[in-house]
Structures are given as C-alpha cells and as structure tokens.
Design a protein around this ligand. Structure first.
Ligand code: NAD
Length: 296
C-alpha cells in the first residue's frame, strides 16, 4: 500500500480561509474585529520566528495583532501586570504567552494568570479541566489541528484504536482527550511503555509526539493505519540540515493508509488553529454562535 499524503499546508490554508471569511462577516455584521495579543519575553531565536509568523498570519486573516516584546530580565510582577491589562482589554480576544519563558519566571503561574476565556493556547488549568471533563474549552492548537485532519480523513473516528506516543501537556495528553472525546479507544504510550512496537501495531491511528528523529519505523505501522507525525527534529544528513518527524516517513508510507509529512503536515495547522481559537474566543465573548468546523 502507498499511503495517501495528508497535506497539512493545503489544509491549513483552507482553515485560514474559513477564519478570514468569518472575520470579514463579523466586521461587516457586528462591527467586531478579533484581536490576538502575543507576548514574547527574551530573544530566543526560534520563538522570535514563531511570533513573527503568528503576527503576520493574524493580520492576513483580518484580525488585529498586538505584539508585546519584553526584555529577557522582565520581572514576574511586570509580566503579570501586562497579562492583567490584556485580560481587561476588550479589543483583545486571545492572549498567547510564547513558551519557553526565561528560567526566573514561573510558567505555570504566568499561564494560569491568563483569563481562561482568552487562553487561545488552551494551557490554563481551567481549560485542561474542561477538556478532560468533555466540556466546552479552549483546545491546544497542535492537537486541535491533528483532530481536524483526522476527522477530515476518516469522517467518524468512533471505535478506532488510537495510540498517542508522548504524554506532554502540550500535545500528548490533550490529543488523547480529544480522541477519547471522538470515541476512539485510546492508549497513551511514553518513554516507559513496555514493548512500544507491539502497542503501535494495534493502532488504526498513530499520533507521534516524542521529539526523536524517525524513531517509529514502518514495520511498527499496521497496514492501512493513519499516521499523524507531530515531531519536528532538525538533523544533519549528507552534509545538509534537514527537518524530519518522529516517524520514518519512507518506510511508514509503504504501510500506512494515510500519513502527514514533515515539514508540511501538522506544523502549518498549529498557527491556523491558533487563529481559529482566537475567532472562537471572540465569538464566545460576544455571545455569538461559534464558527462551524473550527472547534473540537
Ligand atoms: P516533550 O519533550 O514535552 O514530550 C515528549 C514525550 O515523548 C514525553 O512524554 C516522553 O514520555 C515521550 N518519549 C520520550 N522518549 C520516548 C521513547 N523513546 N519512546 C516513547 N515515548 C518517548 O515534547 P512535546 O512538546 O510533546 O513535543 C514532541 C514533538 O512534537 C517535538 O519534536 C516537538 O518539536 C514537536 N511539536 C510540534 C508542534 C507542531 O506545531 N508541529 C507543536 C508542538 C510540538
């Protein structure tokens, strides 16, 4: 079997198009422009790239983008004061604090100081609890993007065996909750899992979120399974820098029914879902119906 390639770049462009249409409608019919505030502390090069492209795409879909770049030495008190200001600003519907934060700042404290209704990353403890209990919440962007691609490919996910490799708060755990919410039988595998190959071979859906280049070989994949590769790993091969996922793409594509490439799979969906979450937050805060197909 040669797998169907799930084109995350094209899918993300479609999602951003849907968001842009809804934003235009909100402006025209309700006079509201959704706004996303992104807070960056310090000068981590990867974070700077992410923040720049988030700002650019926010503007491209017609939303207002507010960037707050703070010095690496910023005190917790000053950061919390800024978040408090953004929590109370009616023009700001979504707040994202770019992680990781410098070591002297308490990440949990900072994230939990964001108004849960504006927490477009879905990391606030209230949103984690709401998701875990199957209630309406803000859902973390990367797993939301994976869910959208899986629903698009399968239609219903009900009854499918799903294995999520990785148990991080950002990807693995919320991914498992979302799959459970769509009635999959879910296994969360991690660094201490016994006989990982056997666990993965059971899966109709494999979501790999580990951060180890090409650690899942093709012969772990059940014939016809859907493989979602979240991993982004920079490696050097043949003297060139290359991005690869957590799955060995070439061998997995020979057995899978469908697979996301790296790059061009999950990656582009993450920012598209951030924009979708900002739109959702804006609609909810104004008592308007939520955008269809853009939430969990
Ligand atoms: P993390 O380091 O927080 O978690 C990794 C998880 O993998 C841990 O739960 C650990 O138990 C598990 N693990 C480690 N070694 C293992 C092994 N040998 N076998 C099985 N499980 C093992 O990472 P994260 O933040 O969840 O990110 C995972 C990957 O996804 C990284 O490559 C990251 O860059 C990528 N990522 C991509 C996006 C995107 O937008 N595409 C977003 C977030 C993360």
């Amino acid at each position: 079997m040669v797998a169907q390639v799930i084109d995350g770049k094209a899918f993300a462009a479609k999602v951003r198009g849907q968001v842009a249409d809804q934003v235009a409608k909100l402006k025209e019919e309700n006079g509201i422009t959704p706004g996303l505030a992104v807070v960056l502390v310090g000068e981590d090069p990867a974070s700077q790239v992410y923040v720049r492209s988030k700002g650019k795409m926010t503007v491209e879909v017609g939303m207002n983008s507010y960037e707050h770049k703070l010095d690496v030495e910023t005190s917790e008190e000053d950061l919390l004061a800024l978040i408090d200001k953004l929590n109370n600003d009616p023009a700001v519907h979504g707040i994202l604090v770019q992680l990781p934060l410098p070591k002297h700042l308490n990440e949990d404290l900072v994230i939990n100081s964001i108004d849960p209704a504006k927490d477009v990353d879905g990391f606030h403890i209230s949103n984690v609890g709401l998701l875990g209990t199957g209630q309406k919440s803000m859902v973390p962007c990367t797993p939301l993007g994976c869910l959208m691609m899986l629903r698009d490919h399968h239609g219903s996910l009900s009854g499918l065996d799903a294995v999520v490799i990785g148990r991080s708060n950002i990807v693995g755990k919320p991914m498992a909750q979302l799959l459970l919410g769509d009635s999959c039988t879910v296994t969360i595998a991690h660094s201490r899992t016994k006989d990982l190959p056997d666990v993965v071979r059971r899966a109709d859906i494999v979501v790999a979120a580990v951060g180890r280049p090409e650690m899942v070989p093709g012969d772990w994949i059940k014939e016809g399974a859907t493989v979602i590769d979240v991993g982004i790993n920079r490696i050097e091969r043949d003297g060139k820098n290359k991005l690869v996922g957590d799955v060995d793409y070439a061998s997995a594509a020979e057995r899978a029914g469908a697979i996301t490439p790296v790059p061009g799979g999950v990656g582009p969906m993450t920012i598209a879902c951030l924009l979708a979450n900002t739109l959702t937050a804006c609609c909810r805060s104004n008592g308007l119906p939520e955008p269809e197909g853009l939430t969990a």
